[in-house]
Design a protein around this ligand. Structure first.
Ligand SMILES: [Zn+2]
Length: 286
């Protein structure tokens, strides 16, 4: 599933391809993705210039000149492809095609159809049902040490699922929650309120893992191709994610896997000793 870094990579590519260009023709090749397309989807898009393409959480937003915004989500397997018009026949899972005024076409391909495309108005975008409950962006100033410390103090559940709660902060998915906690030496099962004093370290670690992944062009393991149409998969070097049983790069202890709220969590039992084990160690030393 594309995570925030992949979506950011797609958005940057789409923005450089579409900003200032006009969509001369819009087509959809089925009535729905995860949800139906709006009935006037193509009519409202065709003929309009693109002001910019931006991201909010894992949604991409295409801002059109009349104030309409296309909200898109890549779902599990969605890809945005930019390619020359008429150079390729439509592929099996090509569901949306926008022909641009520079001879290119932008195609949304989604084999599993968990993606979506809807229309909204720029003036009321933040109040849209999909966006209104979202927390701050992890790379923005709103996601500060003070903010995170205050929020964590209210939470009794384990830190890892708390970090993945999109109301707290958006875009920290399963991979990056595991990686950020490893960087901080925090056990993923530690109660969130006990992590409040490490909020500054956590904010820095979350930013660092996301920025590193954005710099490498995203990190999803499968079902993903870059917006440029370049097929193929790139894999970021993870410290713990997907490395169960393999030696920790820091201490050689085998990386462990547990299940939290139905998702796999990877961590180093030694570098990320639980709060109780640390307390016991301190007691032994005293
Ligand atoms: Zn370790």
């Amino acid at each position: 599933m594309p995570e925030l870094p992949e979506v950011e990579t797609v958005v940057r590519g789409l923005d450089s391809s579409m900003r200032g260009r006009r969509i001369i023709r819009a087509e959809v090749f089925r009535p729905n993705l995860r949800v139906p397309f709006p009935p006037d989807f193509c009519e409202r898009i065709a003929g309009q210039a693109v002001n910019k393409v931006a991201r909010r959480a894992k949604y991409f937003m295409v801002y059109l000149e009349d104030g309409t915004v296309v909200i898109g989500h890549l779902g599990m397997s969605g890809r945005m492809i930019v390619r020359p018009q008429d150079a390729y026949p439509l592929a099996r899972h090509d569901h949306v095609r926008w022909q641009m005024d520079d001879g290119k076409e932008v195609v949304f391909n989604d084999a599993r159809r968990f993606g979506l495309m809807l229309l909204a108005d720029a003036d009321t975008l933040e109040q849209h049902d999909l966006l209104v409950h979202l927390g701050p962006e992890p790379l923005s100033n709103h996601f500060s040490e003070d903010y995170l410390a205050t929020e964590l103090l209210k939470k009794k559940s384990a830190i890892k699922p708390v970090l993945m709660d999109q109301r707290l902060v958006v875009g920290v998915g399963n991979i990056y929650a595991s990686e950020a906690l490893f960087r901080c030496g925090i056990h993923p099962g530690q109660p969130a309120h006990l992590c409040a004093e490490q909020a500054g370290t956590l904010v820095a670690a979350i930013r660092a893992v996301l920025e590193a992944a954005i710099a490498s062009g995203g990190s999803t393991l499968r079902d993903y191709a870059r917006e440029s149409g370049e097929m193929g998969y790139f894999q970021h070097q993870f410290q713990v994610y997907g490395r169960e049983g393999k030696p920790c790069y820091a201490c050689a202890t085998p990386v462990a896997r547990i299940t939290q709220t139905g998702r796999s969590t990877f961590f180093c039992p030694s570098c990320q000793a639980s709060i109780t084990r640390r307390s016991r160690k301190r007691a032994a030393c005293g």
